[in-house]
Design a protein around this ligand. Sequence first.
Ligand code: HEC
Length: 132
Amino acid sequence: MFRSLTIMLVLTFATTLSFASDPKTSKGVVSVAAAGLNGKEVFLKHKCNNCHAVSTAGIEAKTKSKAPDLVDVTVRHEKPWIRRFIRQNDVHVSCPKVDPLRDGKKHAIKFKGTQDEEDALIEWLDQQRSGK
Ligand code: HEC
């Protein structure tokens, strides 16, 4: 019983994945294998670099904005909070890199990626550390 449930879940997941990697539905991003999702690609696909630089990854912000360089963001903030913040489920909390006037405000955009994309993105952000 438990086993067949597991198989069903795996099948559902596989179907969802093959759907997601259909070139017509995935908007130009071809490599959509769950475990192989690349956080940097997710970051660029969702245009986070319109506002944010990530200097450890050689990414520059495309526009001038008050958005901080996301280097060390997982040092400044807890990962679960970052997940809620980019989904606009939480407001900004005090942070040395961000003007205190932003505290209590919602993030500029709502991240609309899948759960897999969110996981890859957070994992990749966690790797962007200056070592300081
Ligand atoms: C339209 C500009 C814009 C875009 C696009 C954008 N951000 Fe932001 N982001 C900001 C600004 C401005 C802040 C500073 C805090 C605030 O105003 O909410 C911020 C803050 C953050 C923070 C908190 C940083 C800190 O040190 O407190 C994280 C994490 C973050 N953004 C992640 C992302 C991710 C991931 C994406 C892409 C899905 C993204 N942002 C896209 C403007 C943007």
